[in-house]
Design a protein around this ligand. Structure first.
Ligand SMILES: CC(C)(COP(=O)(O)OP(=O)(O)OC[C@H]1O[C@@H](n2cnc3c(N)ncnc32)[C@H](O)[C@@H]1OP(=O)(O)O)[C@@H](O)C(=O)NCCC(=O)NCCS
Length: 286
């Protein structure tokens, strides 16, 4: 049985719930059965299809604080020697619930990124960009419908006063960054807003900095300031923005939900507008 329509994808058969969090030297995550919080679930981690089974029975304070029963539902599996240091797919199954997918899975463990191409997405590639955004939303368990709709993506790509960049590796989009008139930048003040997200597989390599610097190079011809909003607990993003030179302007609230974010901004040097540049750059990220 699959998650019913309208249910978050993290809610699994029989109400089991789980998440694949980290891949790398260890594969980490959690799984539990809210209806039977004392039951410890079996978890099978597949390395390129090779199974390693363990129990989701590790205590974690953050899981307890998040209301996942008594917090004894974490799992951690050491990557077998045969897969260490080489790129491989990681998937997770719950053997007692064979039809189920864990939220956040599957992932690719990447020891080094290698060559990444940064490019401005041309209007004809809206479908490809939209598919990537929908995939990210699905991975987060938000459901593919949480991605921006196709018409909005097409409109953004067609407008000259905004830019959507992608980072691509081995021919696949692995990250995106867009700059344009949007919240939290106020219209008429010479500022544009920036939003960035990398696929979880390529986070932590320093790629976010390259992508933002490329976006700044484009934006320098179009606005005097770039602004963004970031959740207060997003330490990695806040550190990146600070080290790029963003100043913290205080609290700004998301228009619909009122959720508080940190409002940050960076002033840009005036440059020639880059709208007609075939914006392509290569980055070697190890
Ligand atoms: C935020 C994001 C764009 C950063 O890009 P990245 O390439 O993964 O960034 P890095 O791993 O190079 O980390 C950036 C900095 O934060 C530091 N950092 C990494 N993890 C951290 C953590 N958990 N806590 C604090 N700092 C952290 C890094 O050391 C690095 O600092 P340095 O350059 O001084 O060493 C990327 O992780 C991402 O897409 N995250 C998910 C989506 C998101 O949060 N988007 C931003 C919404 S506002």
């Amino acid at each position: 049985m699959h998650a019913r329509p309208g249910e978050p994808e993290g809610l699994l058969q029989g109400g089991a719930e789980g998440y694949l969090e980290g891949v790398g030297e260890m594969v980490t995550g959690w799984a539990w059965l809210p209806a039977h919080p004392g039951r410890r679930l079996r978890v099978t981690v597949l390395f390129d299809g090779h199974p390693v089974t363990t129990a989701a029975d590790r205590h974690r304070d953050d899981l307890k604080a998040a209301g996942k029963g008594d917090g004894r539902c974490g799992f951690a599996v050491v990557v077998p020697d045969a897969f260490a240091g080489r790129e491989h797919k990681v998937d997770v199954r719950l053997p007692d619930f064979p039809d189920l997918r864990l939220r956040g899975a599957p992932r690719t463990a990447i020891p080094s990124l290698g060559l990444v191409i940064l490019r401005r997405v041309p209007p004809g590639e809206a479908i490809r960009l939209h598919a990537f955004l929908a995939g990210l939303a699905g991975l987060h368990g938000a459901g593919k419908a949480a991605a921006p709709d196709m018409a909005a993506v097409e409109a953004w790509l067609a407008a000259p006063d905004r830019c959507w960049l992608t980072a691509e590796r081995d021919g696949a989009i692995v990250g995106h960054c867009r700059v344009g008139p949007d919240w939290p930048a106020e219209p008429g003040e010479g500022a544009l807003a920036l939003g960035i997200e990398l696929h979880p597989d390529v986070q932590g390599f320093g790629l976010g900095r390259h992508l933002m610097q490329a976006a700044h190079r484009w934006a320098a011809g179009w606005c005097v300031r770039v602004e963004l909003a970031v959740l207060p607990h997003n330490d990695r993003a806040r550190r990146l923005y600070r080290t790029l030179g963003y100043a913290d302007l205080g609290t700004v609230r998301l228009p619909v939900t009122g959720e508080p974010h940190r409002h940050m901004a960076i002033a840009l040097p005036a440059m020639v507008p880059a709208a007609r540049w075939p914006f392509v750059g290569c980055v070697l990220v190890v």
